[in-house]
Design a protein around this ligand. Sequence first.
Ligand code: PLZ
Length: 453
Amino acid sequence: MALLDAETEHRTQGGPGLPQQRRLVTDLPGPRSAAILARKADAVPAGVGHTVPVAAVAAGGGVVVDADGNSLIDLGSGIAVTTVGNAHPKIAAAVAAQAAQFTHTCFMISPYESYIEVAEALNRLTPGDFAKKSALFNSGAEAVENAIKIARKHTGRQGVVAFDHGYHGRTNLTMALTAKSMPYKSGFGPFAPEVYRAPMSYPFRDGLTGPDAAERAISQMEKQIGAGNLAAIIIEPIQGEGGFIVPADGFLPALADWCRANGVVFIADEVQTGFARTGHMFASEIFGVVPDLITTAKGIAGGLPLAAVTGRAEIMDASHAGGLGGTYGGNPIACAAALAAIDVFENDGVIERAQQIGTILTERLTAMQSQDPRIGDVRGHGAMIAAEFVDPETNAPDAALTAAVAQAAIAQGVIVLTCGTYGNVIRFLPPLSIGDDLLIEGLDVVAEALAAA
Ligand code: PLZ
């Protein structure tokens, strides 16, 4: 089976051919990492934090190797980026070849074919059976900013709605769109105007059906803003940083219908959910929703910085010539990486692998939940699954427990990430090149950490 071949290939030759094992030869950080992190503290501002106290020197398959030779199981993919696997051989080869050919011309100065090929692939792969166009940028936040620019230009309106628990970036406009104050916004204002917040569907905490949650949001938008003042609503089909919140069925389609009826652009922020992560090429497909615009980044290029806005041609074409761009947007090396990654997504059984990983994650975590009521909820799709930790008596979020479990797992050589408005969610975002054995070992370590906490 192509999938097994691909998996074997990643595990034996993938990345720098690293042994696929968890192996700690020092406490973390070891002396070499500790020395590098001490230099970080001197040279890099405190505002730039880090989760795992090691200095990485290599990564591939399902592991990250540090400067002391410790090999850690990677259940985070650098926040959902290395979906095809770190240093994937096809991506490494494409990057090297492009770097030897030309590194930059600026697409706005001398265009090149690979950018256009990436745009064509995005137009083809994203949901929606209509004419589409794509523009390329460098980061998720930059894609979101441009999606809002395009929606405003198209509608001639200014208002934008984002949702409770939403995350869209750290630039000024995207900070305004992001819900959570600490650590993303606190003290960094004033924020961009004409950004409004609507209530999200959060089935574990609000108990509402999708249509009821949509009605609540729509009523608030109509009363507090007025549809005629709204350029766009932007929403993550499954919220990432906000806690892997999966909206109730019917929520997203009802919002999309309302947008269509009112001339509001429906933007799906698929920066975290896109490119096979959820066991579908795009998470919008899970909910049967066809966005007008989609923002993508992260998994698109196997670790190279690239982002995109894709959407209905007539909306994408609203901007005057020269209105969109940037020096590096669609950099040729990043485009070469994206074309290699898209080849892997389409041909190497990656979507099926995300579904298999999702089954393992869900089975293991729900088994843990049945033994331990401090796991209040297990949710997500494909290789994007999370556990929400609570006080079993009250369902109140338990951030302290969550942090303790995550830190203990990391100390044992398993990279896990937390998230959530209340900081009480551990999210699992393994690279799809991880083997079942490492994934299960990583989950066993998390289970031990929870039992000990
Ligand atoms: N939209 C849905 O998940 C980035 C943020 C990490 P950039 N998420 C990781 C951090 O703490 O900075 C993200 C996202 C969604 C937009 C973004 C922003 O993408 O590439 O980080 O700008």
